[in-house]
Design a protein around this ligand. Structure first.
Ligand code: KIV
Ligand code: NA
Length: 265
């Protein structure tokens, strides 16, 4: 199978072939997800929540993202590898954003970057694309703005915010983004954006009309407990699988049946 590039994503949109993405943050998990045949892996700044146990994505740093991204990039032979630029690494100025983008590319070996926001950061995105780096935008519920939003609820329910999202999407498309992540927005709006742009839309909680879907792997595979928003489906029960395995390990050690003779030197 050929290596997937940012161009492949746009080709897939044009061909009407759905694009599949999951997050990963480490070598072992990314190896499994890549080998399973996924189209793209996102090193999300959700690593802040999933890997580090923080309440939000605000604290994760560029160097921490690079550590995760480098681990994932080493594992991926087939899929497109996209890394989130973390909060604070592109909001100060175009120059600072381009410098951090180049640092992440050089030190991690990923294929593309993702940034949250529309027209506010369009100059920075243009600078990053002009440097030769493929970019995916991210609109709707952008978790780096959680303190501004005051919660993780549905975005762009009202006309004004929906219109701004549509013009942000057009701006990202025109500046040369190869994709746009649409998070937690009405399905009807996501359909409209998908038809309005030539780049690929990747939805999470945005209905089935987007060109592709993305989920946090730990949520999709049923590892995380107590997080089950309506948009999420559990495609496996890895939590139960791991719990059963750990308890079997404990049981056999306690009864001295592990390790057995064949497992000893
Ligand atoms: O950080 C993340 O996991 C994301 C998503 C779109 C899943 O940005
Ligand atoms: Na993210």
């Amino acid at each position: 199978k050929k290596k997937i590039t940012s161009k492949t994503f746009v080709d897939m949109k044009q061909a009407g072939e759905k694009i599949t993405m999951l997050t990963s943050y480490d070598f072992t998990t990314a190896s499994i997800i890549d080998a399973a045949g996924i189209d793209g892996i996102l090193i999300g700044d959700s690593a802040s929540n999933v890997m580090a146990g923080n309440d939000d994505t605000i604290p994760i740093t560029v160097d921490q993202m690079i550590y995760h991204a480098r681990s994932v990039a080493r594992a991926c032979k087939h899929c497109l590898v996209v890394c989130d630029m973390p909060f604070g690494s592109y909001q100060i100025s175009r120059e600072d954003g381009v410098r951090n983008a180049i640092k992440i590319m050089k030190e991690s070996g990923v294929d593309a970057l993702k940034l949250e926001g529309g027209i506010e950061i369009i100059d920075t995105i243009k600078g990053i694309i002009d440097a030769g780096i493929p970019v995916i935008g991210h609109l709707g519920l952008t978790p780096q703005s959680i303190h501004k939003f005051g919660g993780y609820g549905l975005r762009a329910k009202e006309e004004a915010e929906a219109e701004k999202l549509l013009s942000d999407a057009r701006a990202l498309d025109e500046v040369g983004c190869f994709g746009i992540t649409l998070e937690k927005v009405p399905a009807k709006l996501a359909d409209e954006v998908t038809k309005a742009v030539s780049c690929a839309t990747i939805g999470i909680g945005a209905g089935s009309g987007t060109d592709g879907q993305v989920l946090v792997y730990a949520d999709a595979l049923g590892m995380t407990q107590g997080f089950k928003p309506k948009f999420l489906r559990h495609f496996a029960d890895v939590n139960k699988c791991m719990t059963d395995g750990v308890q079997e390990y404990i049981r056999t050690v306690k009864e001295s049946s592990f390790p057995n003779v064949d497992e000893s030197y």
